[in-house]
Design a protein around this ligand. Structure first.
Ligand SMILES: Nc1ncnc2c1ncn2[C@@H]1O[C@H](COP(=O)(O)OP(=O)(O)OP(=O)(O)O)[C@@H](O)[C@H]1O
Length: 366
């Protein structure tokens, strides 16, 4: 028998529902109710509306620009599960904890979870009506056949509403933070064809472009194209927010005008009060020396660089994220892990190379 096309009335109802789901008014209500923010920032609303309407979206926003909201709001607006692919266990833990504090059902699956905790999550995912709204996983887990078949089952029950790929630039070997396991995400589209994909990154077009450093900017376009191509994104809405950050301040001090640069730095840190700080150095040995120096003057401090083993690096990162350690003295290796705006890095490092200064870069939360 020939399959009947849906009644026009059904279509009209479905369209009306979609419109209501995507309306600014109803999305702002969700934002205010769950997060207590008055309105969306930058291009959050556009990204949210795109994915809710079923469209793929590539979203470039600066670090701290509010990328997470672009998948957290859809998870609350629509039934089903939002799958979030995240490169770092510490970041997943942090986000899940913050969401749970707000009463939002979020979970993460990682090697750090006990077998019991993992079983509970799997039971919920297998149940007829899972309570989990956001499920955070690593790209390595997606690459396992067992987890992919679980995702396919969830999908076949119509319960997978969105796939969000955080730090999506890790997919590209042209990026500064290539991660081979991200490449495996390319199978998501073929296994889960109708689920919209949201790719999020803070890898920026550097403003040193104006200085004519074209060689540096070219890889960026490769990264963007690589992300879209690898994930097989279709007709994706490309959103790029300005990287002008009115809350970033620079202060430059000339070391040769200072009597004791170490003392000046530790006084500055102490006067800042209860803040999280990263101090960038060019060499590993400098990180170790400076960290030891600051620790001696009573500042809670740790060094981070590629010379430390993985366990040590994860522990420094975890302690810093959880505010156990206030200051991290690091090489750019820390930027690769905790992805700050790469262009700020580059300018910062160039400045350090060119003149004998130290430069204080600080953020004031808006
Ligand atoms: N519309 C909003 N109004 C006010 N604050 C917001 C809004 N959206 C997000 N935020 C807040 O901004 C901060 C940064 O958000 P978020 O962590 O999502 O940034 P991000 O772009 O994911 O950063 P990163 O690149 O570090 O992952 C968070 O504290 C978040 O709650």
């Amino acid at each position: 028998m020939e399959k009947k096309s849906p009644l026009p009335l059904n279509n009209a109802i479905a369209n009306k529902k979609k419109e209501q789901l995507c309306s600014k008014e109803s999305l702002v209500k969700i934002l205010r109710w769950h997060f207590r923010y008055p309105d969306f920032r930058g291009m959050q609303l556009e990204a949210i509306q795109a994915v809710l309407s079923g469209r793929d979206c590539f979203c470039l926003m600066p670090t701290g620009g509010g990328k997470s909201m672009c998948y957290q709001i859809p998870a609350l607006a629509k039934t089903g599960i939002v799958l979030v692919v995240c490169p770092l266990i510490a970041l997943m833990e942090n986000q899940v904890m913050a969401l749970k504090e707000k009463g939002i059902a979020a979970e993460f699956l990682s090697s750090t979870k006990t077998a019991d905790a993992k079983n509970k999550i799997h039971e919920d995912l297998d149940s007829g009506k899972p309570s989990i709204r956001l499920l955070y996983v690593t790209p390595e887990l997606i690459a396992t056949p067992g987890f992919m078949s679980k995702l396919k089952k969830i999908y076949s029950r119509g319960l997978l509403s969105l796939i969000a790929i955080d730090e999506a630039h890790c997919i590209s070997s042209w990026g500064h933070d290539f991660r081979p396991s991200y490449r495996k995400l390319s199978t998501l589209r073929s296994h889960l064809p109708d689920v919209p994909i949201l790719a999020l990154t803070a890898t920026a077009v550097p403003n040193i472009f104006e200085a004519g450093m074209l060689f540096y900017i070219l890889p960026f376009f490769r990264v963007q194209k690589d992300v879209v191509d690898s994930l097989q994104m279709q007709n994706a809405l490309m959103l790029k927010t300005s990287f002008n950050r009115p809350n970033i301040y620079y202060e430059v001090r000339y070391k040769d005008l200072l009597e004791d640069a170490y003392a000046d730095l530790s006084d500055t840190l102490k006067s800042m009060g209860d803040v999280c700080v990263i101090i960038y150095c060019l060499e590993r040995s400098m990180c170790d020396d400076l960290s030891a120096h600051l620790s001696q003057s009573g500042i809670s401090c740790a060094a981070y660089h590629a010379g430390l083993n993985n366990k040590m690096r994860t522990s420094v990162l975890d302690d810093w994220i959880s505010s156990k350690t206030k200051v991290v003295v690091a090489t750019v290796a820390f930027g690769y892990v905790f992805p700050f705006n790469f262009c700020i890095f580059l300018q910062f490092m160039l400045a350090l190379l060119v003149v004998d200064i130290y430069c204080i870069l600080y953020l004031k939360m808006l």
